[in-house]
Write a protein that binds this ligand. Structure first.
Ligand code: NAP
Length: 252
């Protein structure tokens, strides 16, 4: 398929998991993809996979929570590829603890990576998208946005991302820029595997138990989210903006 032929995309946190699946999908759709991860090295596996499949990609090392690094990353992509059409804010971390144990650092790290990181990338990217009078931004929220035990930091960041999405859709719509969010449920990635391991639980068992509570009776795979992002950044989604699409097998 080549529905994104000629488009340039940035996917943050795409060295692994949902971001990697999204970067590969957008490349398969024809986009040139900047694989942004903490270091160029951590982005390199995804870049290699895209190139081996015949796509075009570059590795960009960038901590999304650092304004200067974000500005450099976006400038580098535009100088390399000449434009910027798509931004997918996906990078994420967890620091789960009950409130009485949650440190200021736990709070800041999660809010900085998810919410501030998305704000910084949106700000840096919109400059080029406004000039072009076109662009697509997808932020990554979560079913956890409504609140989850041990995740005061994460839930606040993910709820904030829905507000950021709605607000930027209102501000940027007049410039032909659509801003939406995906809200995944339980997706099998390193993030969910590490969470299980931290609790001393067997991941396969956690997966099985979780599946029983999900209407579609299975946990999600990274490609389930990538499919929806691919739709949201395509012309098929031209008249959708400000929405948060749940990709959760029916879980809320
Ligand atoms: P993952 O496998 O842990 O991948 C997250 C990626 O983000 C990693 O490549 C990580 O790099 C990168 N990253 C972390 N901090 C970064 C930073 N400061 N700057 C740049 N990159 C950074 O997680 P995932 O499950 O794919 O999650 C992707 C997104 O989906 C996150 O926003 C997450 O909150 C959201 N989500 C996931 C689930 C789920 O069940 N998995 C559910 C709802 C929402 P390193 O590996 O090099 O540290």
């Amino acid at each position: 398929m080549s529905r994104l032929k000629g488009k340039v995309a940035i996917v943050t946190g795409s060295g692994n998991g949902i971001g990697a699946a999204t970067a590969k999908h957008l490349a398969k759709d024809g986009a040139k993809v900047a694989v942004v991860d903490l270091t160029e090295e951590s982005a390199s596996n995804t870049v290699q996979a895209i190139r081996e499949a015949g796509g075009e990609a570059i590795a960009v090392g960038c901590d999304v929570s650092k304004a200067e690094q974000v500005e450099h990353a976006v400038e580098r992509v535009v100088s390399e590829y000449g434009r910027l059409d798509i931004l997918v804010n996906n990078a994420g971390v967890t620091r789960d603890r009950l409130i009485f144990k949650m440190s200021e650092e736990d709070w800041d790290t999660v809010l900085d990576v998810h919410l501030k990181g998305s704000f910084l990338f949106c700000k840096a990217a919109q400059k080029y998208m406004v000039e072009q009078r076109s662009g697509r931004i997808v932020n990554t929220s979560s079913v956890g946005a409504v609140g989850k035990r041990g995740q005061a930091n994460y839930a606040s960041a993910k709820a904030g991302l829905q507000a950021l999405t709605r607000t930027l859709a209102i501000e940027l719509g007049q410039f032909g820029i659509n801003v939406n969010a995906v809200a995944p449920g339980f997706i099998a990635t390193d993030m969910t595997r590490r969470t299980a391991e931290r609790q001393g639980l067997d991941f396969e068992e956690v997966r099985k138990v979780a599946s029983q509570k999900i209407p579609l009776r299975r946990v999600g795979e990274p490609e389930d989210v990538a499919n929806v992002v691919s739709f949201l950044v395509s012309e098929d989604a031209n008249y959708i903006t400000g929405e948060t699409i749940y990709v959760s097998g029916g879980e809320r």
